[in-house]
Ligand binder design. Structure first.
Ligand SMILES: Nc1ncnc2c1ncn2[C@@H]1O[C@H](COP(=O)(O)OP(=O)(O)OP(=O)(O)O)[C@@H](O)[C@H]1O
Length: 291
């Protein structure tokens, strides 16, 4: 599968929300990252045919996005919010969505769908008894009913506990072998651990598109560990972008971003988050107190 996006624009009235987006996406896990209001959901909703573009062209192996009926057959979408009937069981819910998709829900098909998302042992549970992670895995099973070649997931791990996040990430990685998966998230770690390529959007413009490994190199030679005494902290805050602060007695152990190496600092390998911070030039101080 190859998705080609050419000169895509979306305006709400005079507001230019997507500004001449050009992208090519192939099979594998593709991350979509950007601050609130960057245009990620708008882009995903246009890709799923739920929203019409203002101008530009999108094709899926040559099939134009304007051909909604054909495109909907090849796309599965897990939106940020979705509702299910609380008193239906997991099995009944999936059966119901099979019917909505005009596919006969044989027992073998429904059970195979549940197995894919590791919910076969919970088939009798009512929706209201599911955890957030189980509900989202069921959402994936629903999105996969048509065996889509493209799967688009919006913030799937927000609010999940670490165990469910890991399980969900592994599920997406397994599915990405023969699909294009577009994963939009604010959780940079999810992208670092699952995606091979990445698009960063800010204010409707693409700031980066390419391999995750190349993106991380943006931060090479610009990220440092710097121990300072707590009384010098304010002075340092004015001079550098601080990505994390660990306080221990009268010392602060900082991770900072700087174009040049400050005195007393140690150069460290950048993470995806550090490189993202450099690209965005936004400060998000993370204070962990010890003792
Ligand atoms: N229906 C609408 N009418 C007018 N403006 C809209 C509409 N939907 C979204 N916007 C605006 O478009 C911009 C992009 O919104 P979008 O939801 O695509 O961003 P996002 O990157 O998904 O943000 P978030 O990470 O917060 O979900 C925002 O400025 C938003 O206010």
């Amino acid at each position: 599968m190859k998705i080609c996006i050419k000169n895509l624009n979306k305006k709400y009235g005079k507001k230019h929300v997507l500004d001449n987006i050009n992208l090519e996406l192939e099979n594998g896990m593709h991350g979509l990252l950007g601050p609130n209001g960057a245009g990620k959901t708008t882009l995903m909703r246009i890709l799923t045919t739920l929203l019409t573009k203002t101008s530009g062209e999108i094709t899926y192996n040559g099939i134009n996005v304007d051909n909604k009926k054909a495109v909907r057959k090849i796309i599965g979408y897990l939106p940020q919010e979705f509702s299910l009937y609380p008193n239906m069981s997991v099995y009944e819910t999936l059966e119901y969505f099979y019917l909505l998709s005009d596919i006969k829900p044989t027992k073998a098909k429904v059970l195979s769908s549940l197995r894919k998302v590791h919910l076969d042992s919970c088939k009798k549970l009512k929706i209201k008894a599911l955890s957030g992670g189980m509900k989202r895995r069921l959402g994936i099973a629903i999105a996969l009913i048509n065996n889509p070649e493209v799967l688009i997931v919006d913030e799937p791990t927000a609010g999940l506990d670490p165990e469910e996040r890991i399980r969900f990430r592994n599920l997406l990685s397994d599915l990405s072998k023969d699909k294009v998966i577009i994963l939009s998230t604010h959780i940079v770690e999810d992208i670092a651990l699952t995606c091979s390529s990445l698009t960063v959007i800010k204010e409707g413009n693409i700031k980066y598109n390419g391999k995750v490994s190349d993106f991380i190199r943006i931060g090479k030679g610009k990220v440092f560990k710097l121990p300072v005494s707590i009384d010098k902290l304010n002075e340092i805050k004015d001079r550098y972008v601080i990505v994390s602060t660990v306080l221990d007695e009268d010392m602060a152990y900082l991770k900072i971003i700087s174009d040049t190496k400050p005195e007393g600092a140690e150069t460290v390998n950048p993470t995806l988050e550090d490189s993202y911070m450099i690209l965005m030039q936004e400060v998000d101080v993370n204070v962990i107190e010890i003792g």
